[in-house]
Design a protein. Structure first.
Length: 115
């Protein structure tokens, strides 16, 4: 299983970024996909999830109305569109697939929101 995140970077408050996570090594369309983030000195937290078939989504209260998770099962890719970014969104963002006993994680992509 391999998960590769991309799309992070430095953005000003109020700006937007789109994260991507390319998956391989498992049947992508059969698994929910989840974005987490971890800020310095804080625990990793769930940001958004999307289920495998119907596309049902869930979001942390802190990002509702600003972030949108989506997936393209034909491309084995999950996305996180982040709008109206705030400094408190600064974190390393990780893609997670609940495969196997512990699941699988990407290497993370840094998002920094600063003026």
């Amino acid at each position: 299983v391999q998960l590769v995140e991309s799309g992070g970077g430095l953005v000003q408050p109020g700006g937007s970024l789109r994260l991507s996570c390319a998956a391989s090594g498992f049947t992508f369309s059969s698994y929910a996909m989840i974005w987490y983030r971890q800020a310095p000195g804080k625990e990793r937290e769930l940001v958004a999830s999307i289920n495998s078939r119907s596309g049902t989504t869930n979001y942390a209260d802190s990002v509702k109305g600003r972030f949108t998770i989506s997936r393209d099962n034909a491309k084995n890719t999950v996305y996180l569109q982040m709008n109206s970014l705030k400094p408190e969104d600064t974190a390393v963002y990780y893609c997670h697939a609940p495969t196997g006993l512990l699941g699988s994680w990407g290497q993370g992509t840094q998002v920094t929101v600063s003026s």
